[in-house]
Design a binder for this molecule. Structure first.
Ligand code: PEP
Length: 247
């Protein structure tokens, strides 16, 4: 399986800063062939970054999308708009979308179905809060999120990737241990294998949550960790490059 190392820039970088980053980053990864690399800039930078990435192996991702083609949905972005910019991946159900903007499993499911209809590969984010971990219900939470996100599309799970991102590890500098990550990744692999009836071979299960150039090697050594979704450390091309070379 080809690992995927994905950057989620969140609400960071202007168009000028995004272009500057890509111009620096492109030659750094020119000779990297063993992993897929994806960058998800802000919506305003998608168009410029798309032009910059033309004729490179670096894939373009969006951080979110709405599930409807067009219409009266002020402030939303449709799959058609993303396709026009050669967006190949979309991050769905990120914990910040769930917790700050109130996205529920049902909406995330509609977005997954829509992304698949348009041939955009969803990276579906799941993960427990600290309270849920302390209550011992991590696996129940992840199971519910996965079953609901993929409801109606279980045979197509192979067209999607999943990011396990414990909420307590996102942007906190406190990553999951490799054992904690492996336990949940193994659980997810078994679950999606059952749900998809074995059609999950091309699904990468990424780990996300305070990944950096120092902990990447340890985390990726785990059997069921197939790549990373990186926030903070991906904002610096040198750090992101090191994470890629450690993977
Ligand atoms: C993320 O936003 O998906 C993420 C994992 O952030 P960070 O790497 O900053 O924890």
């Amino acid at each position: 399986m080809r690992y995927l190392i994905a950057a989620n820039w969140k609400m960071n970088k202007t168009v000028a800063e995004s272009v500057e980053y890509i111009e620096k980053f492109k030659p750094m990864v020119e000779d990297i062939h063993q992993v897929d690399i994806m960058i998800a800039p802000s919506f305003t930078a998608l168009s410029s970054v798309s032009l910059e990435l033309n004729n490179t192996k670096i894939k373009l991702g969006a951080q979110n999308m709405y599930h409807v083609d067009r219409g009266a949905f002020t402030g939303e972005i449709s799959p058609i708009m993303l396709k026009e910019l050669n967006v190949e991946y979309v991050i769905l159900g990120h914990s910040e979308r769930r917790h700050i903007f109130g996205e529920k499993d049902e909406l995330i499911n509609k977005k997954v179905i829509s992304a698949l209809e348009y041939g955009i590969r969803p990276i579906v984010c799941v993960g427990e809060t600290l309270e849920e971990r302390e209550l011992g219900i991590t696996l129940n939470v992840v199971e519910r999120q996965i079953k609901m996100a993929f409801a109606g599309v279980y045979p197509d799970i192979g067209l999607c990737d999943i990011a396990y991102e414990p909420v307590w590890a996102i942007g906190t500098g406190k990553n999951a241990t490799k054992e904690q990550a492996q336990e949940v990744h193994h659980f997810i692999r078994t679950l999606i294998n059952e749900l998809s009836k074995g059609n999950d071979e091309t699904t990468r299960i990424l780990y996300g949550g305070s990944v950096n150039e120092n902990n990447a090697k340890d985390l990726i050594s785990q059997k069921n960790v197939d790549g990373f979704l990186v926030g903070t450390a991906s904002l610096d091309p040198e750090k992101f490059y090191k994470i890629i070379t450690h993977s």
